[in-house]
Design a protein around this ligand. Structure first.
Ligand SMILES: *[C@@H]1O[C@H](CO)[C@@H](O)[C@H](O)[C@H]1NC(C)=O
Ligand SMILES: *[C@@H]1O[C@H](CO)[C@@H](O)[C@H](O)[C@H]1NC(C)=O
Ligand SMILES: *[C@@H]1O[C@H](CO)[C@@H](O)[C@H](O)[C@H]1NC(C)=O
Ligand SMILES: *[C@@H]1O[C@H](CO)[C@@H](O)[C@H](O)[C@H]1NC(C)=O
Ligand SMILES: *[C@@H]1O[C@H](CO)[C@@H](O)[C@H](O)[C@H]1NC(C)=O
Ligand SMILES: *[C@@H]1O[C@H](CO)[C@@H](O)[C@H](O)[C@H]1NC(C)=O
Ligand SMILES: *[C@@H]1O[C@H](CO)[C@@H](O)[C@H](O)[C@H]1NC(C)=O
Ligand SMILES: *[C@@H]1O[C@H](CO)[C@@H](O)[C@H](O)[C@H]1NC(C)=O
Ligand SMILES: *[C@@H]1O[C@H](CO)[C@@H](O)[C@H](O)[C@H]1NC(C)=O
Length: 308
């Protein structure tokens, strides 16, 4: 009896020792220190944001900013890499009732963000910035690869500097409703983009043919704007596209036959009341082997049926 008790005790002590060693290793890797300039930049940013439900309570000058909520630092250098300042939808359904919450961020996005020289991920989606313009200084944040400003209540036209963010891979400006003006040819500089959502805004004018330069695009959503003129046939150059949504615009003329060359398309939405499609074109689209979803909406089919 005494013997087995000692063995149990021994194993227990041995386990304790082991877990101490583990803790020590954990300590070594989790104690990454925030860079003081970056901590100050974030504190300044916090002062200019409205935060009605105090979601940034952990953003305190006495706490290492790498341990703050919604902040991700590089695990060795301590530079701030990611800001996840997104808010969930401002309502939930509880027992069949809609409960509204005011947990969204608002106010001003402060240029102190420019001090975060290594920031590559910025998510401000789901907030409400009162139809404020997208700030000019964002166009200088060249380290960004992910920028999500969707459903954030931005308005007005996009500053021209913005199209200088040539490292972007993901750009989501969807569902701001009041973003307006035309998209400039400088969009052709964002050659690393894989994901572009401009949907559900008030953009107008013709869509620049320089879109054909963005050969890495997988996802292109222009739905629900007022783009007019013909669909640039250079879209046919985007051979990696698997999602293309052009519905609900004022595009006119015929659908470019080059769309029939997008052999990776899975989802295609074309519904535009002024567009028409030829029978050859429809046939080439229908033979795209990866296509799973085709929506023609109000596309003018009268020509097509004349041919049939
Ligand atoms: C654990 O962290 C403390 C300070 O946070 C540090 O002084 C100590 O060296 C760390 N331990 C190891 C093994 O690195
Ligand atoms: C640091 O992060 C990288 C990826 O971001 C990961 O591969 C690596 O294992 C991490 N290192 C430590 C010490 O946690
Ligand atoms: C942007 O954020 C919205 C809402 O949080 C999300 O639905 C969407 O997928 C995000 N976009 C990207 C490119 O991750
Ligand atoms: C955009 O970047 C180019 C260089 O790539 C630079 O010459 C130009 O001044 C920048 N434009 C703005 C508006 O910052
Ligand atoms: C197309 O992309 C190249 C870089 O791949 C760039 O040099 C060029 O200016 C872009 N063209 C347009 C029209 O934006
Ligand atoms: C686009 O909308 C703006 C107002 O947002 C207007 O001034 C401009 O004339 C429109 N352009 C076209 C081509 O409809
Ligand atoms: C589209 O691809 C063709 C070759 O298939 C090329 O000659 C043309 O320059 C490309 N256009 C654009 C805008 O990238
Ligand atoms: C698709 O591309 C090939 C060459 O890459 C070309 O010969 C053909 O005409 C194109 N088809 C359509 C429908 O654009
Ligand atoms: C549809 O196309 C036919 C033939 O081109 C044309 O006569 C008719 O006006 C078009 N309808 C609409 C609503 O544009």
């Amino acid at each position: 009896m005494d013997g087995s008790c000692n063995i149990v005790l021994f194993i227990f002590v041995w386990l304790l020792t082991l877990s101490n060693v583990d803790l020590c290793i954990c300590n070594a890797s989790s104690e990454v220190q925030c860079i003081p300039i970056e901590q100050d930049a974030l504190l300044k940013m916090k002062r200019h944001l409205s935060d009605p439900s105090n979601r940034l309570a952990s953003w305190s000058p006495h706490e290492n900013c790498c341990n703050w909520a919604l902040v991700v630092c590089h695990n060795i250098t301590g530079h701030v890499l990611e800001l996840h300042l997104t808010s969930p939808p401002p309502f939930e359904f509880i027992n069949g009732e809609t409960i509204y919450e005011t947990s969204v961020f608002g106010g001003e996005v402060h240029p102190s963000l420019l001090d975060l020289k290594h920031l590559n991920y910025l998510d401000l989606s789901g907030n409400y910035f009162g139809d404020m313009q997208i700030p000019n200084f964002l166009g200088l944040m060249s380290s960004l690869t992910y920028l999500n400003l969707s459903d954030a209540g931005f308005g007005g036209s996009i500053p021209i500097q913005f199209w200088n963010l040539s490292n972007l891979i993901y750009l989501d400006l969807g569902r701001n409703y009041n973003l307006e003006g035309s998209i400039p040819h400088q969009i052709g500089k964002l050659t690393n983009l894989q994901y572009l959502d401009l949907g559900d805004n008030d953009f107008n004018g013709s869509f620049p043919h320089q879109i054909g330069n963005l050969s890495n695009l997988h996802y292109l959503d222009l739905r629900g704007n007022e783009f007019s003129g013909s669909i640039p046939h250079q879209i046919g150059n985007l051979s990696n596209l698997h999602y293309l949504d052009l519905r609900g615009n004022e595009f006119s003329g015929s659908i470019p036959h080059q769309i029939g060359n997008l052999s990776n398309l899975i989802n295609l939405h074309l519904g535009n009341r002024l567009l028409s499609i030829s029978v050859e074109n429809l046939r080439s689209i229908l033979t795209l082997s990866s296509l799973q979803y085709l929506e023609l909406g109000y596309v003018n089919l009268s020509n097509t049926f004349d041919w049939l």
